[in-house]
Write a protein that binds this ligand. Structure first.
Ligand code: MIC
Ligand code: SF4
Length: 643
């Protein structure tokens, strides 16, 4: 039987396991990336593992998330990451150099290679034919140390594109269409390969918009073939030598095939508060908007920015709208400046922000109370913008630019002729924003700089055989890691300080949770389906760990978060009978016995104290995962077992 693109890359990087969907496989990782909001934890973990230098082909530490620096905390984190990267052999992308995924696509991603990153949008590099996956910081640390990355072998889905996008319809609309079809959990356990004749009409940055938002489907990753379009992109980036062709075999088999005719798509928006809550822009044209934000790792390429500049050229944005523009990289910003497009943006009334995540992670630009914000980003979760009652819509740069002009959500087709933009045959290459590490010899005498906000890595404890756990919190379906551990300018400075960060844990759902959990000592949390979707931040496991959470019960879990819980030494279990969700309430006390034997069988029973009712849980774990839980987390396990 022929192979899909992903199966080919997996086969060439397989260290152990068999490639049957659902079974655990270990992969050799060629490249890693970290960003600053998850990076400190990843490098603290790397230091703990005790390996002097990274063993990957290429590892990069980007600074792009916490760039506001409203106190010493973020600046200390940056200094720590710069010094630890220099010592351990990791390249350092300075603040201002750009958003990790955009820069990695432009300068470092390679078709046919494997990449893991401590950020859920790492699949962006799948637009180049790379097998790129989001992971927790501890997993990235192990991979930097030369260890394998473990996933369960995904199913293979294929999306066949036919036709060609109409004017004003974009790759973002393709992303929103697939979210409409599959929903935010439709990609769980799968790799999505994009193919069909329609892909020949999509440039690499457009493909990257699509693979980027595959994260919102819950997919393990998304990937495009590496073809003549990939070749042209790499050539324009002065990286022709990194090109290899890559395609699936004609007789490759897929678990699901979805057809999308590009010619039939329209400009779409995702409505508050979920990326799969999709409507046409036209249907929402009565919605008045007070803020428009253009940028993020989804839509900040030169192509996107030039298009926005062309739409805004010679016009003024509505008086009621505040418009922010964050170019994805210094390359994009400098090329916008040299061709004059930056001047057009400024003249139209845009506020130019630095090349970073910015508003996407709530680092500034929070909307006004109940404000409506249209963003070219990938997530519109409640509270993520920093304003709890804000109404955030996701849209293409074209819809966003049209909306900025009118002050209402606008189908851009009403603007008339679609402005042509031509992309250069050669991009401006200047990698001076990426600092090289010290040599191995120099590194020996280098010390790592640590500020007072950088607290030691939290300690996990071995999972006991019997435990009594009150339910400290009951939440509903589709809980995101932004619910568990909110982002934003108030909380992000504490990404290296878990005890402080834990004070904000589950703040969006219940502000009393941290104090209650602390008082209970050890406890468990109960959730619904797709628990932990969204970001890869392991803080959503480490902060509950600090607050005493030892067990999370849910109807189902998102992939990266389930792995992060295990890595932290917290047991994730699913309800064998989903209707038991209703039988359990906050404050119930669960007694679990014979846990170790239960882990081996994949089934554990809990008894509700008082009523005596038995609730069965499923926990299909591998021997490695059981070992991690018994050791009290991945760090202890790695120290005992080696990478
Ligand atoms: C996000 O988009 O939610 C983030 C911020 O990039 C996260 C990582 C983080 O929480 O630091 C992600 O997507 O993994
Ligand atoms: Fe940054 Fe937003 Fe992309 Fe996350 S989704 S990496 S916060 S730009």
């Amino acid at each position: 039987m022929g192979r899909t693109i992903a199966q080919k890359i997996i086969a060439s990087h397989l260290l152990s396991g068999d490639m049957t969907p659902g079974s655990e496989i270990a992969l050799r990782i060629d490249q890693t990336l970290t960003q600053d909001a998850t990076g400190t934890m990843a490098y603290l973990a790397l230091e703990n593992i005790g390996i002097p230098r990274v063993k990957t082909e290429l590892s990069l530490a980007y600074i792009d998330h916490n760039t506001l620096q409203c106190g010493f905390e973020n600046a200390d984190d940056h200094r720590y990451i710069q010094s630890v990267a220099r010592k351990y052999g990791v390249r350092f992308s300075r603040p201002g150099n750009g958003i990790c995924h955009q820069v990695h696509l432009e300068r470092f991603g390679k078709p046919g290679k494997t990449l893991i990153g401590s950020d859920s949008h790492t699949p962006t590099a799948g637009g180049l034919g790379m097998l790129a996956m989001g992971a927790g910081g501890m997993d990235v640390a192990v991979a930097m140390g030369g260890g394998a990355y473990y996933i369960s072998m995904p199913k293979m889905y294929k999306v066949n594109l036919t036709g060609k996008l109409s004017p004003w319809v974009t790759a973002k609309d393709v992303s929103l269409e697939i979210l409409r079809i599959l929903s935010v959990k439709g990609g769980v356990g799968a790799i999505i390969e994009w193919g069909g004749e329609g892909i020949k009409t999509l440039s690499v940055p457009e493909r990257a918009t699509i693979t980027n938002m595959g994260a919102e489907l819950g997919a393990t990753t998304s990937i495009f073939p590496s073809d003549e379009i990939t070749h042209a992109f790499l050539k324009a980036q002065g990286r022709e030598k990194d090109f290899i062709p890559l395609a699936s075999d004609p007789d490759a088999e897929y678990d699901k095939v979805i057809d999308i005719n590009l010619s039939q798509l329209q400009p779409l928006v995702a409505c508050p508060h979920s990326p799969d809550n999709v409507a046409t822009a036209k249907e929402k044209e009565q919605v008045a908007v007070s803020q428009v934000c253009i940028g993020s790792c989804t839509n900040s390429s030169l192509r996107d920015m030039l298009r926005v500049a062309a739409i805004l050229k010679g016009k003024r944005i509505a008086d009621t709208v505040s418009l922010s523009i964050s170019p994805g990289s210094r390359q994009v910003l400098s090329m916008l400046a040299s061709c004059g497009a930056l001047t057009d943006l400024i003249a139209a009334g845009a506020r130019i922000l630095e090349c970073a995540c910015g508003p996407c992670i709530g680092m500034g630009f929070s909307p006004a109370s109940a404000g409506v914000s249209v963003r070219t980003f990938n997530r519109c979760f409640e509270g993520r913008s920093g304003t709890r009652d804000a109404q955030v819509y996701l849209a293409s740069p074209e819809v966003a630019a049209a909306t900025a002009l009118t002050g209402f959500i606008t189908d851009p087709r009403s603007l008339g002729i679609y402005p042509e933009v031509t992309l250069p045959d050669e991009f401006v290459i200047d990698d001076s924003g990426v600092l090289m590490p010290a040599t191995a010899d120099e590194a020996v005498s280098l010390s790592v700089e640590r500020g007072p906000n950088i607290k030691p890595f939290p300690k996990g404890e071995a999972l006991p055989d019997a435990i009594r756990l009150p339910v400290s919190l009951k939440v509903g379906d589709n809980i995101t890691t932004d619910h568990v551990m909110p982002a934003g300018a108030k909380v992000l400075p504490y990404r290296s300080n878990i005890p402080k960060m834990a004070e904000f844990c589950f703040g969006v759902c219940d502000e009393a949770f941290p104090a209650r959990a602390m008082k209970m000592g050890r406890s468990c949390v109960l959730g619904g389906v797709n628990y932990g979707q969204g970001s890869s931040r392991e803080h959503a496991a480490l902060a509950p760990l600090h607050l005493g959470v030892r067990l999370v019960i849910a109807k189902s879990f998102a992939r990266i978060h389930a792995a992060n819980l295990i890595n932290a030494g917290i047991l994730p279990v699913t309800l064998e009978n989903p209707e038991d969700y209703d039988a359990l309430t906050q404050g119930d006390v669960l007694c679990l016995n014979h846990i170790h034997a239960g882990l081996e069988k994949g089934r554990i029973e809990a008894t509700i104290e008082g009523t005596g009712k038995t609730v069965p849980f499923s926990c299909a774990l591998t021997q490695r995962q059981i070992g991690i839980l018994k050791a009290g987390g991945l760090l202890n396990y790695t120290r005992e077992a080696g990478v």
